[in-house]
Design a protein around this ligand. Structure first.
Ligand code: UD1
Ligand code: UDP
Length: 362
């Protein structure tokens, strides 16, 4: 009897990571079950990506929605446990570091369903980040650890993980980027949003940046300073929207606050930008491949390869305006060597490892 592989996704960045793995498993005729937890649920945070990336309708949508970490994780655990008991997949594939990831892993570990973690081993070494907690717990419990970069492999090995559980497969989010390259066109997106040709793009959603009013105000002021030199387009995640608006981040005087964009429009805009200012994990990786200078407003990154092999630089809110000015004056550094295996074939490598893993379970 064919054994089903289930995938759990829930938040925006999960969808771009899952799509190439799902497609590559489908090409191998692997039966699959797609579970959407509903952690993200707005049309512009979820549905748009399924349409644009050709991802099939989820078989199950748990509709857990928002809440405190405890409330959301509790709803995820309860919903996922019932779904996993009903379908009893041969293995569960989880992505990244969001609450849906840790919840699915915990449920499966308790039910003895093997777990595959795509994007394992990333470490910011900053336990104030909810994502760092999620990554560490997921990696302890997962059975197969698929890593995007060599330092992730090293982190897992240093933590005492049996290296037999680890495979370096590359970055499936970059598969999605390369696969859609022909669709990226900045001009029409700029025109639709009323933006000039030269533009900086900013995204912000980390709790440390948008939940703390002191830090958030510093960032708002820095963005306004940047906007004195170049228009700044800000497709704003719903998390910080109200607080940032209350602190003065509103459209006008070179600032353009807009709704979150679909994937093709967002990457189009970024691909034609002079500069990106972000705290997103995925955007650090995408700008590395698009050769767009990226300033990441964080004290650390779990993706240092985007600095060593990419266009990314870490800045404090205080440094942001000067760092942006330096980039706009031509001081950005562009990489000559790309991260290994960020080549558009990570999904296929993930699929091969997952099928081989299932064979070993027999
Ligand atoms: C989550 C992830 C984060 C990831 C981000 C990607 C966790 C702990 N965090 O953060 O790692 O980088 O997704 O975008 O899993 N909201 C809406 N509509 C939506 C979704 C969220 O309005 O469709 C608002 C709600 O007010 C909600 C808030 O955003 O309370 C935060 O959503 P949540 O999923 O808890 O965390 P994110 O900040 O989105
Ligand atoms: N993204 C998007 N529209 C936007 C902002 C981001 O499609 O308005 C995409 C982006 O290209 C990347 C992913 O969302 O593929 C990153 O998600 P996010 O920044 O929400 O989460 P993180 O990567 O920080 O976990």
């Amino acid at each position: 009897m064919p054994r089903t592989v289930a995938h759990v996704v829930g938040a925006r960045p999960n969808f771009m990571k899952m799509a190439p793995v799902f497609d590559a498993l489908a090409a191998l005729d692997q039966p699959q079950l797609l579970i959407h937890t509903g952690q993200h649920y707005d049309e512009k945070m979820s549905d748009v990506f399924f349409r644009e990336l050709g991802i099939p309708e989820p078989d199950v949508n748990l509709g857990v929605g928002s809440g405190s970490h405890a409330a959301q994780t509790a709803a995820l655990l309860t919903g996922l446990e019932a779904t996993v008991l009903e379908h009893r997949p041969a293995a569960m594939v989880v992505y990244g570091d969001v609450n849906s990831t840790i919840a699915a892993t915990l449920v499966c570990a308790k039910l003895s369903i093997p777990v595959v973690h795509v994007e394992a081993g990333l470490r910011s070494f900053d336990m104030t980040m909810p994502e760092e907690v999620n990554r560490r717990v997921t990696d302890v419990l997962a059975d197969l650890l698929l890593v995007t970069s060599p330092e992730a492999y090293a982190h897992l090995a240093n933590e005492g993980c049996d290296v037999e559980r680890i495979r370096l497969v590359g970055n499936p989010m970059i598969d999605t980027l390369l696969r859609n390259r022909d669709r990226f066109a900045p001009g029409p997106v700029r025109a639709a949003a009323g933006l000039p040709e030269r533009v900086a793009v900013s995204t912000l959603h980390r709790p440390a940046n948008v939940d703390d009013p002191v830090v958030a105000k510093q960032i708002v002021d820095a963005l306004k300073q940047v906007a004195e030199t170049i228009d700044v387009a800000i497709p704003l995640h719903p998390r910080g929207r109200q607080r940032l608006a209350d602190l003065g981040l509103v459209s006008g005087e070179g600032i353009h606050v807009i709704d979150p964009l679909g994937y093709v429009d967002f990457v189009s805009l970024v691909s034609g930008a002079d500069l990106v200012i972000t705290d997103s994990g995925g955007v650090q990786e995408e700008t590395t491949i698009l050769d767009v200078p990226c300033l990441t407003v964080r004290p650390n990154t779990e993706r240092p390869i985007t600095i060593t092999h990419g266009t990314n630089r870490l800045v404090t809110p205080e440094q942001l305006a000067d760092a942006a000015a330096a980039v706009l004056q031509g001081e950005a550094v562009f990489p000559t060597d790309r991260p290994p295996f960020w080549d558009g074939h990570a999904g296929e490598r993930c699929a091969r490892e997952i099928v081989a893993f299932l064979d070993r379970l027999r």
